[in-house]
Design a protein around this ligand. Sequence first.
Ligand code: BGC
Length: 477
Amino acid sequence: MPLAFMSQKSILSMIFFVCLQVQQYLEPFQLSEANLRDVSARLSKDLDLGLGKNTHHRAAVKMLPTFVRATPDGTEKGDFLALDLGGTNFRVLHVRVVEEEQKVLKMDSQICAIPKEMMLGTGEQLFDHIAACLGDFLISQNLKGQTLPLGFTFSFPCEQKEIDKSILIRWTKGFNCSGVEGKDVVKLLKEAIRRRGDYDIGSVAMVNDTVGTMMSCGYKDQSCEIGMIIGTGTNACYMEEMRNVRRVEGEDGRMCINTEWGGFGDDGSLKDIQTEFDVVVDKTSINPGVHIFEKMISGMYLGEIVRLLLVRLAENKLLFKGQTSEALRTPGTFETKQVSGLENTQIILTKLGLKWNSVDCGVVRLVCDTISSRSADLCAAALATITNRIRTNRKLARLKTTVGVDGTVYRKHPKFSEKLRATVRRLAPECDITFLVSEDGSGKGAAMVTAVALRLAHQSRLLEDSDGEVREEEKDK
Ligand code: BGC
């Protein structure tokens, strides 16, 4: 009987019946609490491997030292430039840090699109484009001629040698520019600026977006010691005890570690929870075998997982009366913003050229909810691993901490943050976590890192000077 002639009750029972059959396809995506605890225990081991002096080079979770040793103390100030590269757009910002008001103000900013061809072109083209955007911005802001310090948020895994020396380990998230992997990104930026020769920049601080996010929230809330991104990609950083950072000299204090948790599973450790659809998403990506955890979680991939599942359900006659469409069979046509339910499911299905009824719509929503729920659960397991680690590091019975968060999936998905928080509470019951959504974290945070680095350099110069004075006085005696 056509649905139009069926009562609401019959439609509901039909949805229920179909959902029961669909459920067997969704089951592998529904991780139990025991599964999540197990994932967390594996990640915990991987964090140790990444930090270890003799194990880090083959660790899947890279645990990269950032050379950020201090969070803001509220005395930072000044004007900064910030660059933010990590998604499809590139942004340039002019940021002012005002000490008296403990505020980071965005004076102005400009977005430059990065065309898809450029994401896959040469590194020189990419950096020339960045330098050109920065040049235009300086003119528009009347800043040409000044040499402001610059924070560069570069949201890819980098082996940081110093705050201004950062070697790209590998591209992620759809970027694959030639001649950049293995090179110092600060040097490439400076070379591009030199090629133009019409402006200059001051000292540079390189920052991962997670670090920028943590630092921008840290100015407001000094207990912010974790930064997390769930957007196009996913990752987190946190303040680790120096004594555990075996690759960097020194035992005292803490250093921010960029975990690069997106790489969790790259050594095969997540094979048992990867579904056949995750395997296809990985194999057909531009970087197969790399960033397995990210591919189960982040915005760049959620839509594709859903699309593959919908095709399978249609093929098995559980959707669209067994019909698919050209659009549905084309990779990349189901976007993550559609997974979140922000767009009306009926409009999406019509746009995809599908003939649907209300039962189909119900099933599509169920699929989307299941995939985004798994993403939130996996992120929660990873975050709980970090908060539990910080608590154990500090031998605390309870940890009170703040996580600075950013990323479109976390911000825009109506149920994501709630689900994530609920799961973290179950997996880390001894941690009281406040989530602070960062406003413009990667831009303002980069400026903040630069400001803290300058403050520390200034303080150590003052210390050296006063040491000098003491030595002079001793000589006089
Ligand atoms: C990158 C990280 C970044 C994350 C979020 C990942 O693909 O490897 O460096 O923090 O995306 O943008």
